[in-house]
Design a protein around this ligand. Structure first.
Ligand SMILES: [Zn+2]
Length: 305
C-alpha cells in the first residue's frame, strides 16, 4: 500500500491477481488492462478517475496513480466497490423480500423539465415506477412505492418509508437535465459514496466525507446492485454511457438497505426527451430495471451458497 495525501492506494495488479485477473498487453504504458479468467476486462489509467469495468464506464474516488512501475487504485474503491462487483461471494448475501420503488419528485416539485416540449420529470419517474411495480408483481417479492400518484414527498420521508417497511432494496428513478448544453445525453447510475471518499462530482475530499452514513453499511451490495442497473440500462437503451458514479443523495444516505438511483436519460436533450415521452421507451426502461433486480437476486443467491 502507498499513501498519497490522505488517500491509501493499493497495487491493482496484485489485488486483482488474487481474484483471477491477469494483466494484458496494451498500447498505453500508463494504463493497466486486466482480464478475468471467467471473462470480463478491467482498465485503469494513471492520473484518471475514469476506469472501465466489464465494458462499463466507472469513476474511482480518486485518480489512479503510477508508482513503482505499477498502477495503484484507491483502497476504498478496491474494497467497497470493485471487489464486491467482481467477487460478490466474498460478501455476506443480504435478504431480498421487500423492494421499495421510489418515483423521483412529485406535486409542486416537478423535477427537471423540457420547457419547449412541456415535459416534467415527475410524470415520467412515476410512469416508469408503475411499470416496474407491475413487472415485479407481488408473488415473488413484496413491492412498495414511495408515491403512487402526483404528490410531493420529502426526501427523508422516502427513506423513512423504506426503513419502516424493512425494505431489502431501494430503487430511485430519475431523469436528468443540464443547463446550457442540450447535446449532453445518456444514462447515469449512482450508489452512495463510501466513507473516506469524495463523491464523483466533488472537487476535493472534505470533512463531511469522513462521516459514515446509515447506507454505508450496504456499500458492497449497493455496488453489485448499481453495476447490474447500469449494465442493464445501457444494454436495453443503447444510450451513451455517462458513468456508474457515487453521490451522497439523501435517499441513498438514509435508507437501511442496498440502494441505487438511476438517471435514465436527459430531458434537456431534445432527442432523448422525445424518446422518454413515448410509452414504448419508458416500458424499456422499466424492463431494464426489472432485469437488473433479477440479476441482483441471482447474484445474491449464488453468493449465499
Ligand atoms: Zn430527479
Amino acid at each position: 500500500m502507498i499513501q498519497v495525501g490522505a488517500v491509501s492506494y493499493t497495487d491493482a495488479r496484485a489485488w486483482f491477481a488474487r481474484l483471477g485477473y491477469r494483466p494484458q498487453a496494451n498500447d498505453n504504458a500508463r494504463a493497466l488492462v486486466l482480464k478475468g479468467t471467467a471473462g470480463g476486462t478491467l482498465r485503469f489509467e494513471a492520473d484518471s478517475r475514469e476506469a472501465t469495468l466489464h465494458g462499463l464506464r466507472i469513476f474511482l474516488g480518486e485518480a489512479a496513480v503510477m508508482a513503482r512501475g505499477s498502477i495503484f487504485v484507491p483502497t476504498v474503491d478496491l474494497e467497497r466497490f470493485l471487489t464486491p462487483i467482481v467477487r460478490p461471494s466474498q460478501f455476506k448475501a443480504p435478504p431480498l423480500r421487500t423492494i421499495v420503488i421510489d418515483a423521483g419528485h412529485g406535486g409542486n416539485d416537478t423535477g427537471t423539465r423540457n420547457q419547449a416540449r412541456k415535459l416534467d420529470e415527475k410524470d415520467f419517474t412515476l410512469d416508469v415506477a408503475r411499470r416496474l411495480e407491475k413487472l415485479l408483481g407481488q408473488d415473488r417479492w413484496r413491492v412498495l412505492m414511495t408515491r403512487k400518484d402526483d404528490r410531493f414527498v420529502e426526501l427523508p420521508e422516502r427513506a423513512e418509508f423504506a426503513n419502516r417497511a424493512k425494505a431489502d432494496l431501494f430503487v430511485s428513478i430519475h431523469f436528468n437535465a443540464v443547463a446550457n448544453n442540450s447535446g449532453v445525453r445518456g444514462t447515469e447510475t449512482y450508489v452512495l459514496t463510501p466513507q473516506f471518499m469524495r463523491s464523483t462530482s466533488s472537487a476535493k475530499i472534505t470533512t463531511d466525507d469522513r462521516t459514515a452514513q446509515p447506507g454505508n453499511k450496504y456499500d458492497a451490495w449497493s455496488a453489485v446492485l448499481g453495476y447490474h442497473m447500469h449494465r442493464e440500462l445501457l444494454t436495453e437503451l443503447k444510450t451513451e454511457d455517462r458513468g456508474f458514479k457515487r453521490a451522497r443523495f439523501a435517499v441513498l444516505r438514509l435508507v437501511d438497505c442496498p440502494a441505487v438511483l438511476v438517471e435514465a436519460g436527459y430531458l434537456s436533450n431534445d432527442t432523448e426527451a422525445q424518446m422518454i415521452a413515448t410509452a414504448a421507451y419508458r416500458a424499456r426502461i422499466a424492463e431494464a430495471l426489472y432485469s437488473a433486480i433479477v440479476a441482483y437476486d441471482a447474484t445474491r443467491v449464488a453468493a449465499g451458497r
